[in-house]
Each structure stands twice: as structure tokens, then as C-alpha cells.
Design a binder for this molecule. Structure first.
Ligand SMILES: Cc1cc2nc3c(=O)[nH]c(=O)nc-3n(C[C@H](O)[C@H](O)[C@H](O)COP(=O)(O)O)c2cc1C
Length: 417
């Protein structure tokens, strides 16, 4: 596993020695806004883009003494929202073929560049034109690093994974096939989009409609627009990103909501929230199996091992499970609470998952996919009326010792009532 992952481990001691003080007045703005003179198009006016706003919609407003916090259809570590979404659009009735930026507050698309014979496909292995939509997710890492410092290297990928989950859920809702891609020239595209090391592409997702027409590289470099009111560089994060950005990988096609009623899925996307405290009620085995259906197989196919501790599921033995197999019986709820930095969520859940991997070459991919799978689980739990919360704060080495694995720990997720 890359050294930068270890360098950001939490331990019992490191957490207590950390004297970093956070002044909430200094939180960077979480909405990138291109200047007013760029043409803007309201998503709701385009029939073929029905429901597209759900990829990052504001779904809740929480009042704090410091002001309103706008929460979105995606969860985010610390609600800091480092991700931005760009969409290359071809062949949508009434819209110019072009590269657009998505603005969640107004549900609009901002036209950044009109396409001719060029396209972002140039940075993909096939370099052939794709009709439909190509989503590119970036992260403005300072929004996370402002609070989490170097450990934000993990959160920008996990948050990207949740963003991927939200885009894929929208595409399943509108019944589009899609494929997820990590193998593209992210560094060249960062440059082409005018990012100055402060914003970094992490993944792509395209709807299927390939042709054999070649495209050229974007004819125009997009201008730099600062993604926040202020930004600070972090050399550690920039280097870690650059070191791990390039690797070969096959596109991934998947579906997780087959057979789910459209309205039910839509409701779950809009209603999804992170639970803040469990009532410590049991869930049924049927609900557990429905939520987890196909998850371990998908994770294993992409080098992710999933462990979970079961605390309160009717008809299921309490214990520690590895990839679905019971490896130690017993009540490990207090252990999972302790390991998640003594957060009650970890122990009061019906079950708590640990996403782990030995993969180092494709570190970005396995971390992003952990966030992606977690997002699918959030939505499935929501459909069943069950709560869920991501847990990005945990004692790394102690988790490994408990799970008896040399894999690195990428993410925890608590699910229950
Ligand atoms: C990568 C990640 C890590 C998170 N870690 C924690 C955590 O350690 N503890 C916690 O209580 N919530 C955690 N959360 C939940 C966020 O606090 C929550 O998503 C955010 O406040 C927005 O609220 P919402 O999910 O209800 O929209 C995490 C979420 C993500 C995506």
C-alpha cells in the first residue's frame, strides 16, 4: 500500500497528540462558480436530462448558529464537499455538443467549451467519439484538507466514490447503461481544464454509445477559475495524487437497483441522510441479505475485501465475518465502537463494515470503489427504512490487528436502526 496511506494513519496516540484548532469561520466555499458570462442552461428544460439534477442536488438545509448548511444527495466527510462534476454532452436535443460544469445550487449546466471534432475522449484509451454523456468527477482537495489536513487524501477519493454512486443511481433511475472508467489521462485533462494543481480529476463515467469516429484533443485550454474563495496548496496531497493517478484498468459495468421501483429509488436518492444516532434496534436477516446482495462479490472482483461485525440482526450469529464467512463468533460491538475512534455509531449499529484492500498500484481505484459501494449500501438501507453512516475516522493499525489482515483499511460503514 502506498506510503502516503500509512502516513495518514490514526492511532490512539496520534489523535490525542493532535492540537490542531479549526476555526469554522475560515471554511472555504464549497461551490465552484464560473463567471456570469458563461451560457447557463437549466436542466429541467431538457426532457432527455430528466432527473439529472439528482447527481448532486441540495436535499436538506441544516441550521447552525454559524449559518445554513446545505446538504446534498451525496454524503461527504465533514460535509465539506470537495467534488465537482463536469459533463461532456453530445446529441442531446436542444443542447449544443459541449463540455459543461454542473452547478448543484441552481441545477444548471454551464457551457465551458463547444465541441467540434474534439472531445475529452482523446484522453481515453479508445479515443473514439461517444454519444451521450461523459461524466468527469474532480476534487478540490483544499475543501477537505482545510479540516483533515493530509488525511484528506483518503476523503477526496472516498467522496469521489460516493459521487460516482450518486451519478450511477441517477443513470439506473433513468435506465441508461453506463460504464465506469479509471484508465484515462487524468493529468492531461487537469491541464486541459485549466486546473492549477488545486483541482484533480479522479474518475469518469460514460453512457454507452461508442462510434468509430476519432476525436482530437480539446482545441482550447479552459481558463483557470478558482474553485473556492481561497485555496491553499498541500504538497503531500498533490504528490500522493500524482503518484497514484496513472494505471491501466478495464471499464466497469454494473447495476445495483435492478427490480427496484423507479419511485422508490427516486425517493431513496432524495431522502438519503447519514444517521447521527442509532436506537439500537435489530434488523431482519431478510433486510440484511437484500442490502448486501451482490456486494461482496463485486468488491472481491475489484480487490476489496469486506469484513463486518454483526451486532443485532435477527437470526444471524453475532461475530466477525470476512467476505461473508463467519471467522469469529462473539459480541464485537464494543470493539467496533472503539476502533471507529470511539464513535457510538460503530458499535450501536446492526452491523459495521470494514472496507480493506492489499492493492497498491490501483490505490485510487480501490478507495474510490469503497466509497462507491458504501453509497449503494446507503441507498439500499434507505429503501429498507434503515439508517447508515460512513466512518472515515478509525484506528488503522488496531483495525488490522482485530481483523487479522495485512490489508489496509480504507473505510468503515455503520448500518442499523
Ligand atoms: C468519507 C466519509 C467519512 C465520514 N466519516 C464520518 C465519521 O467518521 N463520523 C460521522 O459521524 N460521520 C461521518 N460521515 C458522515 C458525514 O458527516 C455526512 O455525510 C455529512 O455530515 C453530510 O450529511 P448527510 O450524509 O446526512 O448528507 C462521513 C461521510 C463520508 C462520505
Amino acid at each position: 500500500m502506498p506510503h502516503f496511506h500509512h502516513a495518514t494513519d490514526h492511532s490512539y496516540l496520534s489523535v490525542r497528540k493532535n492540537s490542531f484548532f479549526l476555526d469554522w469561520q475560515t471554511q472555504p466555499n464549497a461551490f465552484k462558480c464560473y463567471p456570469h458570462f458563461y451560457p447557463r442552461f437549466s436542466i429541467e428544460e431538457y426532457e432527455e436530462l430528466d432527473e439529472l439534477h439528482l447527481i448532486g442536488a441540495i436535499t436538506y438545509s441544516k441550521e447552525y448558529p454559524s449559518g445554513n448548511h446545505l446538504l446534498r444527495s451525496v454524503p461527504s466527510a465533514g460535509a465539506l464537499y470537495p467534488c465537482e462534476i463536469y459533463i461532456q454532452i453530445r446529441s442531446i436535443k436542444g443542447l449544443l455538443d459541449g463540455v459543461y460544469h454542473y452547478e448543484p445550487r441552481s441545477a444548471t449546466l454551464v457551457l465551458l467549451h463547444e465541441l467540434n471534432k474534439d472531445g475529452v475522449e482523446y484522453s481515453f484509451p479508445h479515443q473514439t467519439q461517444q454519444k451521450g454523456l461523459i461524466f468527469l468527477v474532480s476534487t478540490l482537495y483544499f475543501r477537505s484538507a482545510w479540516k483533515y489536513r493530509n488525511r484528506a487524501i483518503r476523503y477526496i477519493f472516498l467522496d469521489s466514490g460516493h459521487q460516482l454512486g450518486a451519478i450511477s443511481a441517477y443513470l439506473e433511475l433513468v435506465q441508461h447503461d453506463f460504464s465506469i472508467g479509471f484508465d484515462f489521462d487524468k493529468l492531461a485533462l487537469n491541464e486541459a481544464f485549466g486546473f492549477r494543481n488545486d483541482e484533480l480529476f479522479t474518475l469518469s463515467l460514460s453512457t454507452h454509445a461508442p462510434s468509430d469516429k476519432m476525436v482530437t484533443k480539446l482545441t482550447q485550454k479552459l481558463p483557470y477559475v478558482a474553485g473556492s474563495d481561497y485555496l491553499e496548496n498541500n504538497d503531500f496531497i498533490q504528490q500522493a495524487y500524482t503518484q497514484s493517478a496513472t494505471y491501466h484498468d478495464n471499464p466497469i459495468s454494473c447495476r445495483f437497483f435492478e427490480g427496484v421501483d423507479r419511485e422508490v429509488l427516486r425517493e431513496a436518492i432524495v431522502q438519503r441522510r447519514s444517521i447521527r444516532a442509532f436506537r439500537m434496534e435489530s434488523i431482519t436477516q431478510e433486510a440484511f441479505e437484500w442490502i448486501m446482495h451482490g456486494i461482496v462479490a463485486f468488491a472481491n472482483a475489484h480487490d476489496i475485501d469486506i469484513f463486518y461485525t454483526i451486532h443485532r440482526i435477527e437470526g444471524m450469529e453475532m461475530g466477525l465475518y470476512q467476505n461473508g464467512v463467519l471467522v469469529a463468533s462473539g459480541d464485537f460491538s464494543q470493539k467496533s465502537r472503539y476502533l471507529s475512534l470511539e464513535q457510538n455509531l460503530g458499535g450501536q449499529s446492526a452491523f459495521t463494515l470494514y472496507f480493506t484492500s492489499h492493492e497498491s498500484q490501483k490505490y485510487q481505484k480501490v478507495t474510490i470503489l469503497s466509497g462507491f459501494i458504501a453509497h449503494i449500501l446507503y441507498l439500499r438501507a434507505t429503501i429498507k427504512g434503515i439508517g447508515c453512516s460512513g466512518i472515515g475516522a478509525y484506528y488503522d493499525e488496531e483495525c488490522k490487528a482485530f481483523l487479522k489482515t495485512r490489508n489496509n483499511i480504507l473505510y468503515l460503514l455503520a448500518i442499523g436502526k
